[in-house]
Design a protein around this ligand. Sequence first.
Ligand SMILES: O=c1ccn([C@@H]2O[C@H](COP(=O)(O)OP(=O)(O)O[C@H]3O[C@H](CO)[C@@H](O)[C@H](O)[C@H]3O)[C@@H](O)[C@H]2O)c(=O)[nH]1
Ligand SMILES: [Mn+2]
Length: 730
Amino acid sequence: MAERRLLSLFGTERAKGRTAYKLFASSMLVNICLVLFYRATNIPGRGEQGRWAWMGMLAAELWFTFYWIITQSVRWNPIYRHTFKERLSQIDASELPGLDIFVCTADPVAEPPALVISTVLSVMAYDYPPEKLSVYLSDDAGSELTFYALWEAAQFARHWLPFCRRHKVEPRSPAAYFSSRSHPCDTCNDTERSYMKNLYKEMESRIDAVVMLGKVHEDLRSRKGFSEWKSGMTSRNHQPIVQILTDSSDKSSVDDDGTVLPTLVYMAREKRPQHHHNFKAGAMNALIRVSSVISNSPVILNVDCDMYSNNVESIRDALCFFLDEEKGHDIGFVQFPQNFENSTKNDLYGNAFKVINAVELAGLDSWGGPLYIGTGCFHRREVLCGRKYSKDYKEDWKRETKRKKEDTAFILEERAKSLATCTYEHNTPWGNEMGLQYGCPVEDVITGLAIQCRGWRSVYFNPPRKGFLGVAPSTLAETLVQHKRWSEGNFQIFLSKYCSFLQGHGKLKLGLQMAYCIYGLWAPNSIPTLYYVTIPSLSLLKGISLFPKVSSPWIIPFAYVAIAKNAYGLVESLACGDTLIGWWNIQRMWLLKRITSYLYGTVDAILKVMGFPRTGFTITAKMADADASKRYEQEIMEFGSTSSSPMFVVIATTALLNLLCLVVGLQRLVADWDFGDQFLIQLLLCGVVVALNLPIYEALFLRKDKGRMAPAVTYISLGFTALAYLLPIV
Ligand SMILES: O=c1ccn([C@@H]2O[C@H](COP(=O)(O)OP(=O)(O)O[C@H]3O[C@H](CO)[C@@H](O)[C@H](O)[C@H]3O)[C@@H](O)[C@H]2O)c(=O)[nH]1
Ligand SMILES: [Mn+2]
């Protein structure tokens, strides 16, 4: 690159109001200590009623204190980044690095091919020289249907890309652009837009028809690529497939305007039943190798198949970080937040992550960088391949494959296939020191942590116009399953030698080591939470007091902690763009996730440590049935799935138990006002749990639609509640 010094390409600013926050946090800490002091000094004596329940409360509160301290790390000093994209023009266009974009898909049913190719088209249409862009689709289902859809997309791109350029279209996912949610562009006249829309809709219906039919038309068989699919092939048993659909070095591969098209490649790595395929991590590693013989760009962007590009400038934004002469040399990856296009107004399932996106990831950035969260992330290729950071390392931004003239697409495909076989990785560092790490349900987080431990920094970038939009789970069951995977995976890292405190010791700042544990310890939060929402309520029933009397001064620190923590949470949530009802919904989801997903996650992670490996990767469906989607839009919770019944039983039992305790408690209160002095906090706690669970009672007893709780779940939960009432638990 040029010798002269370039102007800085990005800036950083600190969050405001940190002194006030630190004062507030100190006041919390003082009161927490008072609570703990009261607990520790008032344990009922031996033989007295409630001794064990009290000690359990102490343990739970110690845990919550520890966890609260951990969460302070990301609130201490959040920082925000902005880029100066216009300054990139200081760099000669021919000097800009090439970019490889990886899109992963794994199941044509859960991830409809029409949706997948919309994502592919959106990333082909970035505002970046097309000859420097290569898009790779990894299809872990090895599905002819997805290949067909991509083949259609390659034709459609010839019209779509010039249209996008001409009219500065945003977003460039045709599905999103032509959906009712998006506003038509001002510059294009209606006829041109409706012509494009028709083209797109026709393609979409052709794809949907083929998907419905389950196979491609016979006359396509003779075309290049389709002959790879022979009878007897299944998604778990097939040879490696690599197909270059458009090749930017082929002069005839141009769009309607005569501009060269980005390279587009389909890859299905080899699958054999006897070989473990390591889910998305395996797919990514195969992509890294396959792309290395086709384009070998120094920067890699990775997105999930539902996460389309919503901002044509994201590549330039990311490059501002990597190419900054002064501060860019140690930046290993640039992570964008996960945003979703299907979030509802009041965030029914708490899937919008507004606080995580606005506060926590920015807080992580101040300690050395956000986690790698699997999608919307730009990496240096070398970093993904395991390179350690060193001061003298000079990136070769112009690297590309040493492709010889006579290397036809066919030769490249054959070369690439040999890198996507089941056995290629045997006895190599792939999956360990190289590529994404294997064996963890959150391959992204464990890989990002390893990268940071190798000395690289990461950067979090959250531009006003969202970089990527995806599909969040739209049912309760899907949400709980996703969080089980995440909490289990992060807890598994915590329990392993890759724990941020062990692996990061001496390599990461303490704040970053702590911040990783916010997620690492999601899972074990389940146990104290479950304790806190059942034992005080049951004790209420049995007349065992677990909190100070209302007339005692010790009530003050308890009240302060409870009120201040939630008031702060509410303000933070509102400031990040949640609504009041949204905040309340998120609180409910925290409760439901903790007593189900996180509990399951804890158990599975511990079983794994004990030597019972049970790795899986349940893919989140990107489509729900029409009936359920309607309820989702109306923000009515969905309990219709039977696959999650055991989780629903836990939820319903907890809800019913608290309702029972509240009713009995209130009866006593009416009969005897002194009861209130002794039991007010327990009554309130029980009351809050009941209030959070109102939709559960509705689903159990009042609703008639298909999304209500299955009768079997209702009966079993009633049975468990009765049992808890009768057994001498406390
Ligand atoms: O065997 C597999 C399983 C999944 N995937 C892909 O992985 C992505 C993520 O799967 P999804 O079901 O959407 O899971 P999410 O929970 O939404 O994903 C988040 O969490 C995952 C880790 O748990 C990360 O891999 C993702 O990047 C991150 O967005 C999708 O594109 C899948 O097609 C594969 O390629 N192969
Ligand atoms: Mn997803």
